[in-house]
Design a protein around this ligand. Structure first.
Ligand code: SF4
Length: 727
């Protein structure tokens, strides 16, 4: 591809698409091109992050030359973010995995032999069958991220294992979902069902929208602000969102729960809550009042470093705008180990403001019936053993934490095989030493990916998946305000020997004797079976990309649209008997976190708008825009240390772990007690040439983690670092 950086920047702002949403073969002459150029527009959905925006690929002579938003998609509304625009960088990355490979060296010291698909799948099938025979099917776990994972999960279900943990639970939004489920009996959703565009008062607690770009959410946020919504940003760092805020609350890290409890205290004490709503839909107000009675603004001020007058003012202001108040539930919520309780406090505050199910607050997803996930088979095996959820009563699925621990200890039963799909476990899980120890204990590790990231170098077999622009995947069912269905289909043929997951899993399943679970002949047959019950023709969906059902919207509470709360009481639980019965605080309580020792800073981390975790750092256009992460360091502390912006330093954490060098950004925009960097840099796989040794890996410094006792999440903001000058 010969697109220059200038060309790319021209395309990379969030721009409206001009395409019709229907694959068209335009006259090349009319487009000012060589008359022999064949142009087509293929609708699909983006996979550069999990938001899965509707996209249209413009293909010229078999090459994808541009990506645009699909206006037919009700979520992304014809727009893509910079990363979505740069999707071809993933397709045409020269470092892509090109062939199946077998490690004929030691684990972690690979000697790769290029093998045929038949050999790679035959070898894998034998290994998996052998583990099943020796230890049982539960001894193989799938750790995954991304759309193709649904096929792998299906294969693992047919194999008989209940263990398919995802870092998006225990390292990301799990505490949030459990905190809200304990309160409302329902979760905030993904994408979150939040009515930012209609909010009159928005509260962001550690959510840096704009740096963390989820396309439709950012569009809604901008619309809400343009319509005059007031904004509170609680963040130790003056983020991009803080730059738009009416109140920036530079909170002492780890004390967000104290602030939330003080806000709740003021709202209940001054009776500012939505009385009709609470009396009708909630239980436990009396116990809540009792539980927060000592959480006064003065108390919270001492804990949080935020003046009590600002705490009072912001509480009163948010109550003034109720119920059109959006307490953003956050996304990456694994911070300090008390995260489910912090999320529960956010849910309680949302309830007091009457915002759940109300315009400008949290809306209800459409209740319309969706599409069946798979052609239903009545004979999927029942797993013989319980999933590895750990000793965490509210973990809904197997957790990465418990699977990794079982792989190391063999308890409660051994895990001997890992299938790692689209997930760099070295960057996603805290404490890389434990991850390596676990991997060394395995009998077999399979990695399926697009690029040779570091975790693939620990595998026994690597299978090259094709990119989202070369493959079909499962349909994407949108359950936002309305029901919608979006297709992923190939814009171009798979490059090299790469294959889609639907094909790989089917072939592997057949080699393992599981052919009865794969009754479809090919992916189009499979998709037709999913679409038929709703009367959708595959051809129509392929042409439009997205079909939506606007008449299915019922986002707010009305007389005819009453809420269901799937809690034991059938109401919103301000006080949780479930928690009390399991030995946890029924009303959240604040516990002061450990402070950084003298000379150390707390390490916090976040996102950059042009990168997705660690996955895009090798994408040449995104790499051009942000090549390496920087260390945000308070300007005064930088002066004290004799450091200037642009100087390189190293970091050492409380356990003596040293980082690669990182460039300093001395700034007033961060508190003095913490430093910040963007997650996902400092790759050590030489095979990803652009990403190799660019910036620093925050995860290499996250050797400590605080486990959330409710659901097994790993709080990762509990590490302290010291700045070392010598590099
Ligand atoms: S938010 Fe951006 S990267 Fe993510 S799916 Fe949408 S366009 Fe793609």
């Amino acid at each position: 591809m010969s697109l220059t950086r200038r060309d790319f920047l021209k395309y990379s702002a969030v721009t409206a698409a001009g395409a019709s949403g229907i694959p068209v073969f335009k006259s090349a002459m009319a487009m000012g091109k060589n008359p022999k150029t064949v142009v087509s527009h293929i609708p699909t959905f983006c996979e550069i992050c999990f938001w899965n925006c509707g996209a249209i690929a413009r293909v010229e002579n078999g090459k994808v030359v541009k990506l645009e938003g699909n206006p037919a998609n009700p979520e992304s509304r014809g727009k893509l973010c910079a990363r979505g625009n740069a999707g071809m960088g993933s397709l045409y990355d020269p470092d892509r995995l090109k062939h199946p490979m077998l490690n004929v060296g030691k684990r972690g010291e690979p000697k790769w032999r290029k093998v045929s698909w038949d050999e790679a799948l035959g070898f894998t099938a034998e290994k998996l069958k052998s583990i099943k025979g020796k230890y049982g099917p539960e001894s193989v776990a799938l750790i995954s991220h991304g759309s193709g994972a649904s096929f792998w999960r299906y294969l693992l279900g047919a194999y008989g294992s209940p263990n398919y943990p995802v870092p998006s639970f225990a390292q990301c939004r799990g505490p949030r979902d459990i905190g809200y489920a304990l309160t409302f009996g329902n979760v905030p959703g993904s994408p979150e069902q939040i009515d930012l565009a209609n909010s009159r008062f928005i509260v962001l607690i550690g959510s840096h929208l704009g740096e963390n770009v989820h396309n439709s959410q950012v569009q809604d946020f901008v619309e809400g602000l343009a319509k005059g919504a007031k904004l509170v940003v609680v963040d130790p760092r003056y983020s991009t969102a803080a730059g738009k805020a009416n109140w920036w609350l530079p909170i002492k890290p780890g004390t967000d729960l104290a602030l939330l409890l003080a806000w709740i205290n003021i709202i209940v004490k001054e009776e500012l809550y939505d009385k009709d709503y609470i009396y009708k839909y909630a239980v436990g107000l009396k116990e809540l009042k009792e539980g927060v009675k000592n959480c006064t603004p003065d108390w919270a001020s001492k804990e949080t470093d935020i003046s009590s007058s600002i705490i009072v003012d912001t509480a009163r202001e948010m109550a003034r705008y109720k119920p059109a108040v959006l307490i953003h539930p956050g996304r990456h919520t694994t911070w300090y180990g008390d995260d489910t309780q912090r999320s529960r406090a956010m849910a309680i505050l949302t309830a007091l403001l009457g915002a759940w199910g109300r315009e400008g607050g949290n809306f209800f997803a459409t209740k319309a019936g969706g599409f069946p996930k798979y052609p239903g088979l009545p004979f999927m095996p029942e797993p013989g053993k319980e999933k590895l959820a750990g000793d965490y009563p509210f973990a809904v699925d197997a957790t990465t934490t418990a699977v990794r621990a079982a792989t190391i200890t063999g308890k409660p039963y051994p895990v001997k095989g890992w299938i790692v799909y689209g997930c760099n476990v070295m960057k996603a899980l805290p404490n890389q030493k434990e991850t390596i120890e676990a991997i060394k204990n395995l009998d077999f590790m399979l990695a399926i990916d697009i690029l040779p990231f570091e975790h693939t170098q620990w595998a026994d077999v690597i299978l090259p998946e094709c990119t989202y622009l070369e493959r079909y995947d499962d349909i994407k069912v949108g359950k936002g305000k309305t029901l919608s269905v979006t297709i992923r289909q190939p814009a171009v043929q798979p490059m090299y020997e790469s294959k889609p997951s639907w094909w790989i899993t089917r072939e592997l399943g057949i080699k393992m004797g599981l052919e009865a679970y794969f009754p479809w002949s090919d992916i189009e047959d499979y998709l037709r079976k999913q679409l038929e019950p709703k009367g959708v023709r595959l051809e129509d969906l392929k042409a439009k990309g997205t079909i939506s059902y606007p008449d299915t919207a019922a986002p707010y509470i009305t007389d005819n649209n009453q809420p269901n709360f799937d809690t034991p009481s059938g109401k919103i639980e301000l006080y949780s008997r479930q928690l009390r019965e399991k030995g946890f605080d029924p009303v959240p309580k604040f516990k002061r976190p450990e402070a950084p020792p003298e000379g150390y800073f707390r390490l916090i981390y976040g996102r950059n708008p042009v990168h997705t975790f660690s996955r895009t750092v090798n994408n040449k256009w995104l790499w051009e825009l942000y090549k390496e992460n920087e260390l945000w360091l308070n300007a005064k502390r930088a002066r004290d240390l004799g450091l200037n912006s642009g100087d390189y330093v190293m970091l050492m954490n409380q356990d003596g772990m040293k980082s690669e060098k990182i460039k300093v950004k001395a700034t007033e925009r961060i508190r003095e007690d913490c430093v910040y960097m963007v997650h996902g840099f400092g790759h050590v796989s030489r095979e990803t040439k652009k990403a190799y040794k660019r910036g620093t890996d925050d995860q290499s410094l996250i050797t400590r983690y605080a486990i959330d006792p409710l659901m097994g999440g790993t709080g990762m903001r509990v590490n302290f670092v010291k700045i070392l000058r010598e590099v």
